[in-house]
Design a protein around this ligand. Sequence first.
Ligand code: ADP
Length: 158
Amino acid sequence: MKVALFPGSFDPFHNGHMEIVERASVLFDKVVVAAMRNPQKASALFSLEERQAMIESVVEHLPNVEIVSLSSLVVDLAKTIGATVIIRGLRAVSDFENELQMAQMNHQLSGIDTVFIPTSSEYSFVASRLLREVASYGGSVAGLVPKLINDAIEAKFS
Ligand code: ADP
């Protein structure tokens, strides 16, 4: 059974992430989405537990997708759950340099390969950081995130 790990901050999980999960779920027998703490991103909007619960609700239609949340090295988690592939989404060339470096480091550490899935042009501008910024100033991000997550974002800033 081919298990893939899709790690990210997912703060918040948006339609660009959803597209990658849906496509990965067709390519692999099982996809584990891991909401992880990113030490480079100081202030989180949602706790890891909140992120895990929200993602669980919005991927209910994908029976081979599981959600976990924790703070550990991605490759350690991959080994623990038996994942042989790490999935990352690519939005633009600007993502590539950093992602390539991370993929090479993860391969060096564990021998686990990273598979990149390119986003559709519809979602290539969507980034969690930008969504947090827009929402913090009262802008609407409806249409860019699943409804349940939009409701949670609105509740955070109300
Ligand atoms: P990070 O893991 O860098 O904190 P995110 O949580 O924002 O980043 O993203 C998790 C994964 O989803 C990364 O592989 C990222 O490239 C990918 N991703 C983010 N936004 C999009 C998008 N709009 N379309 C496709 N993939 C995306």
